[in-house]
Design a protein around this ligand. Sequence first.
Ligand SMILES: C[S@@+](CC[C@H](N)C(=O)[O-])C[C@H]1O[C@@H](n2cnc3c(N)ncnc32)[C@H](O)[C@@H]1O
Length: 204
Amino acid sequence: MAKLFASVVSQFAHPRGPLGWFVGHLMAWKNGARSRWALDLLSPRPGERILEVGFGPGVDVRRLLERVGESGFVAGVDVSVEMVRQARARNRAAIAAGRARLERGSPERLPFDDGAFDAIYSTNSAQFWPDLTAAMTELRRVLSPSGRAVVVVQPMWRGATEADTAAWEAKLLGAMRAAGFSHVESVRKDMPPAPAVAAIARCT
Ligand SMILES: C[S@@+](CC[C@H](N)C(=O)[O-])C[C@H]1O[C@@H](n2cnc3c(N)ncnc32)[C@H](O)[C@@H]1O
């Protein structure tokens, strides 16, 4: 039983196979409250170009597309083949119309030009990035000089506490500063099992 539980938990880091299919659908159904809060912090505007890192089943890609409207564009990278498949299926029409591009990838090496995005968004994926500072440095590269990034982490594991949130807050802000973002701040929101933290960075 403990083994099954551990293998379900590891699926949130990298959904694969039939269990990954199930976890993707679970995330699509479950993470709405945190996402709506994070999206309000990002505050996407019509016509903007936005990058999401670790989009999972692609529900927030759809929400971002609604907010940027017909003249906007949403790109995304996720390391999981299964999540790329689900997210592409969920956003098929926007991809066909050239309003979205979803690729397999990781934030330390992004297939986008310097300054390509007005804003960058990520929820509960940064915990799994192999090198947080390298990722933030690359996010800064693809962000326009007037751009903003919102990276959210909510500790979800059994027994998670506010201390875990505080530890992630320090890691995210530290990596953003090390990457050269000049304005960095954080906001928290109480939600079970432990508060979520949004680290917000601006280039200028
Ligand atoms: C817990 S899920 C969160 C999904 C979605 N953002 C949400 O809030 O519902 C974590 C996601 O991050 C992705 N991920 C993990 N490591 C990654 C990496 N190095 N680069 C990009 N995505 C990654 C996983 O494949 C998974 O889709």
